[in-house]
Write a protein that binds this ligand. Sequence first.
Ligand code: PLP
Length: 390
Amino acid sequence: MRNLLFIPGPVAVPEQVLAAMARPMINHRGPEFARLLGSLEERLKPVFGTTSEVLLLGGSGTSGLEAAIACAFSPGDRVLACPIGMFGRRFSNIARTYGLEVDVLETPFGEAQDPSALAARLRSRDGENYRGILLTQNETSTGAQNDMQTLARAIGDHPALVLVDAVSGLAASEFLMDAWRFDIVVAASQKALAAPPGLAMVAVSERAWQRIERSRSPRFYLDLTRARRLAKTGETPWTPPVSIAFALHAALEAYVDAGPAKVWARHERYARAIHAAAHAMGLELFSQPGAHSNTVVAIRVPPGVDAASVTRRLREQYGVVLSGGQEELKGTIWRIGTMGDISEVDVVGALAALESVLRECGCQREIGTATGAAQTVFAEPPGPRTALAV
Ligand code: PLP
C-alpha cells in the first residue's frame, strides 16, 4: 500500500528531489560543492527575505536553533522567550541549557502570541534588560501561527536580537526577515521546502554577527563564525550531507518554478480544505480563530474517541499517516500537515479515510460530508485568500 504522508515533517518528497540524491558523490572541498553551496545560498536568501548570509548546517532544525542560541548569547544573558507550544518551549530549554536567564511570556496553547502583550513586556522595567527575544513563526505542536509582521512591529527598535524558529513555516508563506528586522532565522530542509531531513538553514543579520563576535558561550560543531568563514570559500566546517544538499537544490528549483506565491496559496488552500472538512464532520480545530497555521491543522479529538486507535487504523487500513498530539496534548488532538508533495486528490483521499475511520468509531454518521466540503474549497478559483487569518 502506498503511504500518504500527512505528518508535519518530514514530508512527502517529489520524485525529482529524490532522484537528485542518487547523484554520485562529489568532493565536499572541491569546486563543484562550492558552486552548489553558493547556489543554495543565493536561492535561499529570497525565501528568508534577506540579503544577509544563509548558512547550512548538517543537522535537523534543532541544530540550527542550538547554533543560534550558542552563538548569539553569553551565559547570564537575559532573554524573553515567547513560546506558543512545545517547540517554543524547546527553544527556551536550549537557552536555559546555555546558561541564559529565560523569562517566559506565556500564551495559552492554540493561540498566537499577542503582539500587545509582547510590546507591553518589552516596555516594562524588565524589558530593557532583554538581550534576546525568541519567537516561533509556526507552532507545529498546536497548529497555530504567529503574525510575524505584527510581532515585528510590536518589537519596534528594541535592541534585543530577535531569533525566529521558522522551521515549519518558512517557504509556506511570505517571510521578510530584513524588513521585519529579525536577526537569526532558522529553517530545516524537511518541511515546506519538501526535501528530506538533514540540513538546517540559518540566516544571520549583520547586527547578529556583531553580537556573535562577542559571545562567550561554548560551541564547537555549531560554531556559526566558523561556518561563515568556510562558506566564503565554498565549504562547510564539517563533512556536509552532500546528497541532502543536492536534494535541497532540486527542491528550491521546484519552489521557484512553481512560483512562491502559488506555493504559499497551495498550503493555505489545503489547510482551508481540511478546516472545511473538520467543520463538516462536527470536529473542532485546536488553534484559535486568527491563529490558524497554513502548514499544520490541529483537530481536537472528540470525546470518547481513542486518538491513537484512529491514527493506527488510518495507517493500517488506508496508508494515511497523521500525527497525534505531543506531551500534554497527546491523545487530545490530531495534526495534519499540508506540506510536501501532496495533491488535492491526496487531501480528499486522506479526508475520506478519516471520515470512514471515524464512522467505524461511531462518531461520524455520514460519508461524503468531509470530502464534499474539501472539494468545495478546491472548486473555488485559485488565488490568495485570507480566510485562515479570520
Ligand atoms: N521547531 C519547529 C516549529 C518544528 O516544527 C520542529 C520540528 O518539527 C523543530 C523546531 C525541530 O526540528 P527538527 O525536528 O528538525 O530538529
